[in-house]
Design a protein around this ligand. Sequence first.
Ligand code: IPD
Ligand code: CA
Ligand code: CA
Length: 254
Amino acid sequence: MLNFAIETAREAGQLLLEKFDRGIAIHKKGDTNLVTEADLASEALIIERIRSYYPRHSILAEESGNAVVIGGENTWKWIIDPLDGTTNFAHGYPCFCVTLALEHDGEIVVGVTFDPTRNELFAAERGCGASLNGKPIRVSNCENLGDALIVTGFPYDIKHRDDFARHLTEMLLSSRGVRRDGSAAIDMAYVACGRFDGFWEEGLNPWDVAAGVLLIEEAGGQLSYYDGRPFSIYTPPICASNGLLHTQMLRILS
Ligand code: IPD
Ligand code: CA
Ligand code: CA
């Protein structure tokens, strides 16, 4: 199933890249939330592939209505974000990906994130480690927040998130730098391979984080809520790190 996920992510990513090069129509699905024909085409491709290879599996896909689970058995569930980084994509900013994960009995067992502009494929299978283009990856070994490069995202409903400005200010003052790249799935893949040392964000959905959670776990990192409780993909917010920085990050976020 890992190979199926990899092939599917590569195919969908190629489709995104072709549409990115051509320029495509954009629609608003909220005040600041966009959807393009690329989101829809990528999702259709992925769902069609799952339907033909695994017709009994469930699917939780971002654009299929309001995050519907489409039929099937609930013990196996594909969780799909067909285009993570839609705002970047719509503005011609080349930082976006396709990300998909397979959940079995409530546990993520496969996760794949593919960035077609850099041809970088991040993959993880539970118990088998995480990789980037086939080579094993590990989280960083940075021990001090002052030496760390941290990444975050600004939720679409940022106006309603009172603590965000305080978290951002304190993280900026305590770390080497904070980045905001506009794709939570890429942010998390970069924590898994050590490019970033930590990540936090509010208001994410399961399809934004499902693959990233497994990538980070399999690469030796740590995930939790802001109070340290174990993280579930179905309920934000998220704090992820290389493990060594986790307590220092939680001190700011809690
Ligand atoms: C968004 C991106 C972004 C994050 C938003 C997500 P989308 O996903 O992951 O980094 O800050 O909260 O909704 O809409 O581009 O798939
Ligand atoms: Ca997303
Ligand atoms: Ca999306």
